[in-house]
Every structure is written in C-alpha cells, then in structure tokens.
Design a protein around this ligand. Structure first.
Ligand SMILES: [Zn+2]
Length: 164
C-alpha cells in the first residue's frame, strides 16, 4: 500500500506526459507549421488546467476538475482557437479536435474511472466507463510504452525529413 501511494505522483506525471506524447503524435500526422503543431498539442493538454483548483482547496478542485477543461464547451473553444490562429486552419482544427478527444478517451478509460462532466456548465451530469483501468495496470503501461514508441518514431521520421 505504501508503495502504491509513493508511486501515485509518478504515475500521474507519466499519465500527463502520455497526453503530451499522444497530442504531439496527432500534431505530426502530416505536414504543418511549428505554430500549428503547438496548437494541436495545447488542445490535448490544456484540459488539465481545470485541476489547478488543487492549489487553493480540495473543494475548488472538486468543483472544477474534469468539468471546466474536459467539457464540450472548452473543446469547442480550443478547436475554434486552432481554426482562427493556424496557418492550415481546417487541418489543424481537425487535429486539435482529435487531440482533445484522445485526451478525454484516455482519462475515461485509463485513469481509474473518475467521471467527466462533459456538458458542464449546462449540467453537472457526469460520465464514466465501468470497464476502466487504473493508472497502475499493464494495459495502461502498454499505452504509455506505445505512445513513447510513437513519439520516437515520429521524431526519427522528422529528423530524416529535415535537410542537413
Ligand atoms: Zn485530463
């Protein structure tokens, strides 16, 4: 038990890095400017800003986490921002949407079943998946390892494409 408690911050950090890695892979699904890739990565990680309430209090955290940032509303804001600011507007908007949805999927399936309030602030109704995994599980480790391999493969492909 003690060991699991000590591992919790490490697993949470790895979980977040997996979000970053998956978003970066989506950002590199095809050609695009550095700015467009940033927009796609941000669309896959900014969701977790709704957890900053933990810096104030447990109740502030509980009120906003997996609601404000993980809502359809915030997803639309992120995609709209990508479409507005990107060099390749629609491709980047589509990649930003995919990046956002991948984050939600990973949170619902991989992180212990915490419910997501997808329609916040219209309703506090929440969704979770009964067959979810926990962070400390082999399927989750497999997803993390697969993401790492994907990141390495994308980096290698980018290095090959970059003229010397
Ligand atoms: Zn999240």
């Amino acid at each position: 038990m003690v060991r699991r408690d000590k591992m919790a911050p490490v697993l949470t950090a790895l979980h977040f890095l997996t979000h970053v890695g998956q978003s970066w892979i989506v950002a590199n699904l095809g050609p695009g400017s550095a700015k467009d890739r940033w927009l796609v990565v941000l669309a896959g990680v900014l969701l977790d800003l709704d957890g900053v309430g933990i810096l104030w209090s447990q109740s502030a955290y509980a009120a906003m986490h997996l609601a404000a940032g993980h809502s359809l509303l915030f997803g639309l804001v992120l995609v709209a921002a990508a479409v507005l600011w990107a060099d390749a507007r629609w491709v980047t908007g589509a990649r930003a949407a995919l990046s956002f949805l991948l984050h939600l999927g990973r949170d619902v399936v991989c992180t212990g079943g915490l419910p997501i309030r997808y329609l916040w602030p219209i309703t506090d109704r929440s969704w979770s998946y009964e067959g979810h995994w926990v962070l400390a599980s082999w399927p989750n480790a497999a997803v993390m390892a697969g993401t790492l391999l994907g990141v390495v493969a994308v980096a290698a492909a980018r290095t090959r494409r970059t003229p010397r």
